[in-house]
Design a protein around this ligand. Structure first.
Ligand code: PGA
Length: 311
């Protein structure tokens, strides 16, 4: 007997149950077949759709070595409420590569203001912080204070702090140690002067600076190193991609020999020094360059193109 011609001897309760089952299953299958192609089409028809679809499941945005690209904007002592609001609007309106981590180093007095205006996906960094939590240190700010107002990063050891404010390798390393202990992430800057490069001392200088950090840092998870040749900072003279790659590769080797293979593989090393939208793409192709620390260009709309350099 076919299913469509009900068995007259069947119990009416079973008949009702069968009818209910078939209605439910047809409704479900019907709905499923009607809805699924729509879902399928909207997710798969366009490349953007495919990217979004997969982004929900997988992506960590890491490169082949498992390091997520990280771009920092270092505003230095620049900006006012009006210009910061404009930059924040540009960044909020732009489509930023979701595979790039972005951090803005604002002047201390505007950190909270910038935090409130920037998209949540963008981290905020102090440009300096002292090595203790509080006390009689007129003019200083502490990592605890940065955390308190919503900053999650601090830039330490920038060459301007080293050269103008005479910060030593040791002091910078102590600051990094304390900032990490307080739960901040640290952009730890290093880099040689022109004189040091011309004397052939680049590797020795960056090794010395790294050594000071390594004496104080036990866990490198929350550290990003920014290699910034001093001769390239604010001068318009970028290191060529090969020059930068050479030092980055040396730093990885140094890390293997002095810290560990695991840290060498996982630590992100940014390049900084006159990075612009025009040179970012080529620099970003180098295997050991995991991002940028950007000064002047981070105050301009082209910062968006630098963030998206790997697209
Ligand atoms: P610059 O600065 O991009 O203006 O050269 C970089 C930096 O100092 O971090």
């Amino acid at each position: 007997m076919s299913k469509s011609s009900p068995d007259n001897n069947q119990n009416p309760k079973d008949l009702a149950l069968d009818a209910l089952k078939s209605v439910v299953s047809e409704a479900f299958v019907g709905k499923f077949t009607a809805v699924f192609p729509k879902l399928f089409k909207c997710q798969w028809k366009t490349y953007e759709g495919q990217k979004k679809f997969f982004a929900n499941f997988s992506d960590t945005g890491c490169n082949m070595a498992g390091r997520k690209f990280c771009v920092g904007g270092n505003w230095k002592m620049n900006g006012d409420q009006k210009s910061i609001a404009e930059i924040a609007k540009t960044l909020s309106d732009a489509t930023l590569d979701p595979n790039t981590e972005v951090v803005i180093g604002a002047p201390a007095i505007y950190l909270m203001y910038a935090r409130n205006l920037l998209p949540c996906s963008i981290g905020v960094a102090g440009q300096n912080a002292y090595k203790v939590a509080k006390g009689a240190f007129t003019g200083e700010i502490s990592p605890a204070m940065l955390k308190d107002i919503g900053a999650d990063w601090v830039i330490l050891g920038h060459s301007e702090r080293r050269a103008i404010f005479k910060e030593s390798d040791e002091l910078i390393a102590e600051k990094a140690e304390h900032a990490l202990a307080e739960g901040l992430k640290v952009i730890a800057c290093i880099g040689e002067t022109l004189e040091e490069r011309e004397a052939g001392n680049t590797n020795d200088v960056v090794a010395r600076q790294m050594c000071a950090y390594a004496k104080k840092i036990r866990d490198w998870t929350n550290v990003v190193v920014a290699y910034e040749p001093v001769w390239a900072i604010g001068t318009g003279k970028t290191a060529t991609p090969d020059q930068a790659q050479e030092v980055h590769a040396y730093l990885r080797k140094w890390l293997v020999e002095n810290v560990s293979q695991a840290v060498s593989d996982s630590l992100r090393i940014q390049y900084g020094g006159s990075v612009t939208a025009a040179n970012a793409k080529e620099l970003a192709k180098k295997p050991d360059i995991d991002g940028f620390l950007v000064g002047g260009a981070s105050l301009k709309p082209e910062f968006v193109d630098i963030i998206n350099a790997r697209q």
